[in-house]
Ligand binder design. Structure first.
Ligand code: SF4
Length: 367
Protein backbone atom coordinates (compact mmCIF):
# COMPACT_ATOMS: atom_id res chain seq x y z
CA UNK A 1 0.00 0.00 0.00
CA UNK A 2 0.91 3.66 0.06
CA UNK A 3 3.28 4.49 2.93
CA UNK A 4 1.78 6.91 5.46
CA UNK A 5 2.75 10.56 4.99
CA UNK A 6 5.16 11.55 7.76
CA UNK A 7 3.95 14.41 9.93
CA UNK A 8 5.23 17.82 8.82
CA UNK A 9 8.40 18.75 10.66
CA UNK A 10 10.25 21.99 11.24
CA UNK A 11 13.84 22.32 10.12
CA UNK A 12 16.28 20.76 12.57
CA UNK A 13 17.35 23.11 15.34
CA UNK A 14 20.53 25.00 14.54
CA UNK A 15 23.60 23.58 16.29
CA UNK A 16 24.85 26.04 18.88
CA UNK A 17 27.01 26.26 21.94
CA UNK A 18 25.12 25.63 25.12
CA UNK A 19 24.99 28.05 28.01
CA UNK A 20 23.43 27.47 31.42
CA UNK A 21 21.23 30.23 32.78
CA UNK A 22 21.05 28.82 36.29
CA UNK A 23 19.50 25.38 35.81
CA UNK A 24 18.00 26.29 32.41
CA UNK A 25 20.05 25.24 29.39
CA UNK A 26 19.91 27.58 26.42
CA UNK A 27 21.15 26.31 23.06
CA UNK A 28 22.90 23.05 22.33
CA UNK A 29 19.61 21.33 21.58
CA UNK A 30 17.87 22.36 24.81
CA UNK A 31 14.14 23.08 24.53
CA UNK A 32 13.39 26.68 23.55
CA UNK A 33 12.73 28.58 26.77
CA UNK A 34 10.33 31.42 27.45
CA UNK A 35 11.44 34.51 29.29
CA UNK A 36 10.09 37.86 30.32
CA UNK A 37 11.12 40.96 32.22
CA UNK A 38 9.71 42.42 35.40
CA UNK A 39 8.08 45.85 35.35
CA UNK A 40 8.37 46.54 39.07
CA UNK A 41 11.10 48.68 40.58
CA UNK A 42 13.82 46.11 41.11
CA UNK A 43 14.74 47.82 44.37
CA UNK A 44 11.26 46.91 45.63
CA UNK A 45 12.19 43.36 46.48
CA UNK A 46 8.75 42.16 47.53
CA UNK A 47 6.92 43.55 44.53
CA UNK A 48 9.56 42.16 42.21
CA UNK A 49 9.48 38.70 43.79
CA UNK A 50 5.69 38.72 43.65
CA UNK A 51 5.75 39.49 39.97
CA UNK A 52 8.41 36.85 39.35
CA UNK A 53 6.24 34.28 41.16
CA UNK A 54 3.28 35.16 38.94
CA UNK A 55 5.48 34.90 35.85
CA UNK A 56 6.85 31.53 36.94
CA UNK A 57 3.33 30.24 37.56
CA UNK A 58 2.39 31.33 34.04
CA UNK A 59 5.27 29.26 32.64
CA UNK A 60 8.11 31.78 32.50
CA UNK A 61 11.45 29.95 32.78
CA UNK A 62 13.92 32.83 32.97
CA UNK A 63 13.28 36.37 34.19
CA UNK A 64 15.21 39.56 33.62
CA UNK A 65 15.26 42.52 35.97
CA UNK A 66 16.46 46.03 35.10
CA UNK A 67 19.31 47.33 37.23
CA UNK A 68 19.57 51.07 36.60
CA UNK A 69 20.53 52.23 40.11
CA UNK A 70 22.58 51.33 43.17
CA UNK A 71 19.33 50.56 45.05
CA UNK A 72 18.50 47.95 42.45
CA UNK A 73 21.95 46.42 42.78
CA UNK A 74 21.39 46.08 46.52
CA UNK A 75 18.16 44.15 45.92
CA UNK A 76 19.81 41.58 43.64
CA UNK A 77 21.09 39.08 46.24
CA UNK A 78 17.64 38.68 47.82
CA UNK A 79 15.90 38.47 44.48
CA UNK A 80 18.38 35.97 43.04
CA UNK A 81 18.13 33.83 46.16
CA UNK A 82 14.36 33.79 46.51
CA UNK A 83 13.28 33.72 42.87
CA UNK A 84 11.88 30.34 41.78
CA UNK A 85 13.39 30.87 38.31
CA UNK A 86 16.85 32.11 37.23
CA UNK A 87 17.28 35.88 37.27
CA UNK A 88 19.20 37.85 34.65
CA UNK A 89 20.42 41.30 35.64
CA UNK A 90 20.01 43.84 32.84
CA UNK A 91 22.81 46.37 33.06
CA UNK A 92 23.97 49.21 30.90
CA UNK A 93 27.22 51.08 31.24
CA UNK A 94 28.21 50.43 34.87
CA UNK A 95 30.89 47.74 35.23
CA UNK A 96 30.51 47.97 39.03
CA UNK A 97 26.95 46.74 38.75
CA UNK A 98 28.05 43.82 36.59
CA UNK A 99 30.49 42.60 39.24
CA UNK A 100 27.83 43.08 41.90
CA UNK A 101 25.25 41.11 39.90
CA UNK A 102 27.70 38.24 39.46
CA UNK A 103 28.46 38.28 43.20
CA UNK A 104 24.72 38.45 43.95
CA UNK A 105 24.22 35.07 42.31
CA UNK A 106 22.34 36.29 39.24
CA UNK A 107 22.10 33.47 36.72
CA UNK A 108 23.31 35.70 33.89
CA UNK A 109 23.99 39.32 33.10
CA UNK A 110 22.86 41.25 30.08
CA UNK A 111 25.47 43.79 29.26
CA UNK A 112 26.97 45.17 26.09
CA UNK A 113 30.74 45.32 26.42
CA UNK A 114 30.86 48.09 23.80
CA UNK A 115 29.24 50.45 26.29
CA UNK A 116 31.63 49.43 29.05
CA UNK A 117 34.62 49.88 26.79
CA UNK A 118 33.61 53.40 25.93
CA UNK A 119 33.38 54.57 29.51
CA UNK A 120 35.67 52.41 31.54
CA UNK A 121 37.47 49.54 29.87
CA UNK A 122 36.81 46.73 32.29
CA UNK A 123 35.77 44.14 29.72
CA UNK A 124 38.65 41.81 30.56
CA UNK A 125 37.86 41.96 34.26
CA UNK A 126 34.20 41.25 33.60
CA UNK A 127 35.12 38.29 31.41
CA UNK A 128 37.31 36.87 34.18
CA UNK A 129 34.72 37.44 36.91
CA UNK A 130 31.92 35.92 34.80
CA UNK A 131 34.07 32.94 33.85
CA UNK A 132 35.08 32.33 37.46
CA UNK A 133 31.46 32.38 38.60
CA UNK A 134 30.17 30.44 35.58
CA UNK A 135 27.85 33.33 34.76
CA UNK A 136 26.93 33.68 31.10
CA UNK A 137 26.51 37.04 29.44
CA UNK A 138 23.79 38.11 27.06
CA UNK A 139 24.83 40.62 24.47
CA UNK A 140 21.72 42.45 23.40
CA UNK A 141 21.88 44.76 20.42
CA UNK A 142 18.80 46.92 19.87
CA UNK A 143 18.00 49.02 16.82
CA UNK A 144 17.23 51.94 19.12
CA UNK A 145 20.61 51.96 20.83
CA UNK A 146 22.88 50.90 18.00
CA UNK A 147 26.50 51.98 18.25
CA UNK A 148 27.12 55.42 16.70
CA UNK A 149 29.95 54.04 14.58
CA UNK A 150 27.67 51.46 12.94
CA UNK A 151 24.82 53.90 12.58
CA UNK A 152 27.18 56.19 10.66
CA UNK A 153 28.48 53.32 8.56
CA UNK A 154 25.07 51.91 7.57
CA UNK A 155 22.93 55.06 7.81
CA UNK A 156 20.27 53.27 9.87
CA UNK A 157 19.91 50.12 11.95
CA UNK A 158 19.87 47.60 9.12
CA UNK A 159 20.11 43.85 9.68
CA UNK A 160 23.76 44.01 8.66
CA UNK A 161 24.45 46.81 11.14
CA UNK A 162 22.81 44.89 14.01
CA UNK A 163 24.78 41.76 13.21
CA UNK A 164 28.10 43.56 12.83
CA UNK A 165 27.49 45.30 16.13
CA UNK A 166 26.64 42.05 17.93
CA UNK A 167 29.64 40.18 16.56
CA UNK A 168 31.92 43.09 17.42
CA UNK A 169 30.57 43.08 20.97
CA UNK A 170 31.21 39.33 21.14
CA UNK A 171 34.78 39.82 19.93
CA UNK A 172 35.46 42.10 22.90
CA UNK A 173 34.78 39.13 25.18
CA UNK A 174 36.38 36.57 22.87
CA UNK A 175 39.65 38.51 23.12
CA UNK A 176 39.65 37.43 26.74
CA UNK A 177 38.80 33.83 25.96
CA UNK A 178 35.17 34.24 27.07
CA UNK A 179 32.52 32.47 24.98
CA UNK A 180 29.74 31.87 27.49
CA UNK A 181 27.45 34.14 25.52
CA UNK A 182 24.01 34.38 24.00
CA UNK A 183 23.00 37.12 21.62
CA UNK A 184 19.95 39.10 20.64
CA UNK A 185 19.60 41.54 17.73
CA UNK A 186 16.24 43.21 18.17
CA UNK A 187 14.38 45.47 15.81
CA UNK A 188 10.76 46.59 15.82
CA UNK A 189 10.31 45.54 12.20
CA UNK A 190 9.92 41.74 11.97
CA UNK A 191 11.34 41.74 8.43
CA UNK A 192 14.60 43.38 9.51
CA UNK A 193 14.68 41.29 12.64
CA UNK A 194 14.25 38.02 10.74
CA UNK A 195 17.03 38.95 8.33
CA UNK A 196 19.34 39.93 11.17
CA UNK A 197 18.87 36.65 13.03
CA UNK A 198 19.33 34.62 9.86
CA UNK A 199 22.65 36.34 9.20
CA UNK A 200 23.72 35.98 12.80
CA UNK A 201 22.83 32.28 12.74
CA UNK A 202 25.17 31.83 9.77
CA UNK A 203 28.03 33.79 11.24
CA UNK A 204 28.33 32.42 14.76
CA UNK A 205 27.42 29.43 16.90
CA UNK A 206 26.19 31.27 19.96
CA UNK A 207 22.68 30.53 21.17
CA UNK A 208 20.20 33.22 20.16
CA UNK A 209 17.61 35.05 22.22
CA UNK A 210 14.75 36.07 19.92
CA UNK A 211 12.89 39.30 20.39
CA UNK A 212 11.01 41.92 18.43
CA UNK A 213 11.66 45.12 20.32
CA UNK A 214 8.98 47.73 20.93
CA UNK A 215 6.57 45.31 19.33
CA UNK A 216 3.64 47.39 20.55
CA UNK A 217 0.39 46.85 22.43
CA UNK A 218 -0.85 43.32 23.01
CA UNK A 219 -2.55 42.62 19.68
CA UNK A 220 0.10 44.10 17.40
CA UNK A 221 2.95 42.83 19.53
CA UNK A 222 1.53 39.34 19.56
CA UNK A 223 1.16 39.26 15.81
CA UNK A 224 4.62 40.69 15.14
CA UNK A 225 6.30 38.33 17.59
CA UNK A 226 4.39 35.28 16.38
CA UNK A 227 5.24 36.03 12.76
CA UNK A 228 8.93 36.76 13.40
CA UNK A 229 9.56 33.96 15.89
CA UNK A 230 7.50 31.55 13.82
CA UNK A 231 9.56 32.20 10.70
CA UNK A 232 12.87 31.81 12.55
CA UNK A 233 11.93 28.88 14.76
CA UNK A 234 10.57 27.03 11.75
CA UNK A 235 14.07 27.36 10.28
CA UNK A 236 15.59 26.02 13.48
CA UNK A 237 16.83 29.45 14.62
CA UNK A 238 16.25 30.61 18.18
CA UNK A 239 17.01 29.13 21.59
CA UNK A 240 15.08 31.32 23.99
CA UNK A 241 12.32 33.84 23.32
CA UNK A 242 11.00 36.99 24.86
CA UNK A 243 7.77 38.49 23.59
CA UNK A 244 7.78 42.25 24.27
CA UNK A 245 4.33 43.72 24.77
CA UNK A 246 3.12 47.02 26.14
CA UNK A 247 1.07 44.87 28.49
CA UNK A 248 1.64 43.04 31.78
CA UNK A 249 4.54 40.60 31.49
CA UNK A 250 2.37 37.57 32.31
CA UNK A 251 0.72 38.23 28.94
CA UNK A 252 4.15 38.06 27.29
CA UNK A 253 4.71 34.65 28.81
CA UNK A 254 1.32 33.35 27.67
CA UNK A 255 2.01 34.52 24.13
CA UNK A 256 5.52 33.06 24.18
CA UNK A 257 4.23 29.70 25.31
CA UNK A 258 1.44 29.72 22.77
CA UNK A 259 3.96 30.41 20.00
CA UNK A 260 6.08 27.44 21.06
CA UNK A 261 3.03 25.23 21.47
CA UNK A 262 1.68 26.12 18.05
CA UNK A 263 5.02 25.09 16.50
CA UNK A 264 5.07 21.86 18.47
CA UNK A 265 8.19 23.05 20.32
CA UNK A 266 6.47 22.76 23.66
CA UNK A 267 3.86 20.28 24.73
CA UNK A 268 0.46 21.80 24.23
CA UNK A 269 -1.46 22.59 27.34
CA UNK A 270 -5.11 23.20 26.77
CA UNK A 271 -5.93 23.52 23.11
CA UNK A 272 -9.42 24.61 22.19
CA UNK A 273 -10.33 23.67 18.65
CA UNK A 274 -13.38 25.83 18.13
CA UNK A 275 -15.09 26.56 14.86
CA UNK A 276 -15.41 30.12 13.59
CA UNK A 277 -19.19 29.69 13.56
CA UNK A 278 -21.30 30.37 10.48
CA UNK A 279 -24.91 30.64 9.45
CA UNK A 280 -25.40 26.99 10.32
CA UNK A 281 -24.45 27.41 13.95
CA UNK A 282 -27.11 26.41 16.42
CA UNK A 283 -25.36 27.75 19.47
CA UNK A 284 -23.41 30.90 20.36
CA UNK A 285 -19.99 29.39 19.57
CA UNK A 286 -17.95 32.40 20.78
CA UNK A 287 -19.51 32.36 24.22
CA UNK A 288 -19.40 28.60 24.50
CA UNK A 289 -15.71 28.50 23.48
CA UNK A 290 -14.90 31.21 26.02
CA UNK A 291 -16.80 29.42 28.77
CA UNK A 292 -15.04 26.13 28.02
CA UNK A 293 -11.64 27.88 27.90
CA UNK A 294 -12.29 29.58 31.23
CA UNK A 295 -13.59 26.40 32.86
CA UNK A 296 -10.51 24.39 31.80
CA UNK A 297 -7.91 27.16 32.29
CA UNK A 298 -4.80 25.75 33.97
CA UNK A 299 -5.95 22.15 33.53
CA UNK A 300 -3.10 19.87 34.66
CA UNK A 301 -2.85 17.66 31.58
CA UNK A 302 -2.64 18.59 27.91
CA UNK A 303 -6.04 18.35 26.28
CA UNK A 304 -7.45 19.09 22.88
CA UNK A 305 -11.06 20.13 23.25
CA UNK A 306 -13.32 20.73 20.27
CA UNK A 307 -16.18 23.20 20.47
CA UNK A 308 -18.29 23.03 17.32
CA UNK A 309 -21.35 25.04 16.44
CA UNK A 310 -23.31 22.42 14.57
CA UNK A 311 -23.44 18.78 13.69
CA UNK A 312 -22.21 19.25 10.08
CA UNK A 313 -18.45 19.47 10.69
CA UNK A 314 -18.85 19.24 14.40
CA UNK A 315 -18.64 15.53 15.02
CA UNK A 316 -15.77 15.10 12.53
CA UNK A 317 -13.61 17.71 14.24
CA UNK A 318 -14.70 16.69 17.69
CA UNK A 319 -13.62 13.15 16.96
CA UNK A 320 -10.02 14.28 16.36
CA UNK A 321 -9.91 15.83 19.80
CA UNK A 322 -9.63 14.24 23.23
CA UNK A 323 -13.01 15.57 23.99
CA UNK A 324 -15.53 17.79 22.35
CA UNK A 325 -19.01 18.99 21.77
CA UNK A 326 -21.08 19.41 18.63
CA UNK A 327 -24.14 21.54 19.29
CA UNK A 328 -27.55 21.41 17.69
CA UNK A 329 -31.18 21.98 18.61
CA UNK A 330 -30.47 23.24 22.11
CA UNK A 331 -28.40 20.17 22.88
CA UNK A 332 -24.78 19.14 22.78
CA UNK A 333 -23.39 15.82 21.64
CA UNK A 334 -20.42 15.13 23.90
CA UNK A 335 -17.53 13.21 22.36
CA UNK A 336 -14.69 11.53 24.24
CA UNK A 337 -11.85 9.99 22.24
CA UNK A 338 -13.98 9.83 19.16
CA UNK A 339 -17.12 8.34 20.69
CA UNK A 340 -20.39 10.13 21.36
CA UNK A 341 -20.86 9.33 25.01
CA UNK A 342 -23.95 11.36 25.69
CA UNK A 343 -26.19 14.19 24.60
CA UNK A 344 -26.92 16.90 27.15
CA UNK A 345 -29.02 20.08 27.20
CA UNK A 346 -27.12 23.20 26.13
CA UNK A 347 -27.04 24.51 29.68
CA UNK A 348 -25.04 21.47 30.80
CA UNK A 349 -22.43 21.41 28.03
CA UNK A 350 -19.68 23.20 29.96
CA UNK A 351 -20.05 21.26 33.19
CA UNK A 352 -20.21 17.95 31.29
CA UNK A 353 -17.02 18.78 29.39
CA UNK A 354 -15.27 19.62 32.67
CA UNK A 355 -16.46 16.35 34.24
CA UNK A 356 -15.22 14.37 31.26
CA UNK A 357 -11.91 16.28 31.25
CA UNK A 358 -11.37 15.34 34.90
CA UNK A 359 -12.20 11.74 34.15
CA UNK A 360 -9.69 11.73 31.29
CA UNK A 361 -7.04 13.36 33.49
CA UNK A 362 -7.64 10.67 36.11
CA UNK A 363 -7.19 7.94 33.55
CA UNK A 364 -3.95 9.65 32.43
CA UNK A 365 -2.66 9.52 35.99
CA UNK A 366 -2.58 13.25 36.80
CA UNK A 367 -3.13 14.34 40.38
FE1 SF4 B 1 -20.47 26.41 10.77
FE2 SF4 B 1 -20.93 24.07 11.91
FE3 SF4 B 1 -18.55 24.56 10.79
FE4 SF4 B 1 -19.19 25.74 13.05
S1 SF4 B 1 -18.96 23.52 12.75
S2 SF4 B 1 -18.33 26.72 11.22
S3 SF4 B 1 -21.35 26.08 12.79
S4 SF4 B 1 -20.52 24.42 9.72
Amino acid sequence: GIPPVPPPALAPRRATRKIMVGPVAVGGGAPVSVQSMTTTLTADINATLQQIAALATAGCQIVRVAVPSADDVEALPAIARKSPIPVIADIHFQPRYVFAAIDAGCAAVRVNPGNIKKFDDKVGEIARAAAAAGTPIRIGVNAGSLDRRLLDKYGKPTAEALVESALWECSLFEEHGFHDIKISVKHNDPVVMIRAYRQLAEQCDYPLHLGVTEAGPAFQGTVKSAVAFGALLAEGIGDTIRVSLSAPPVEEVKVGQAILESLGLRERGLEIVSCPSCGRAQVDVYTLAEQVTAALDGFPVPLRVAVMGCVVNGPGEAREADLGVASGNGKGQIFVKGEVIKTVPESQIVETLVEEALRLADSMGAD
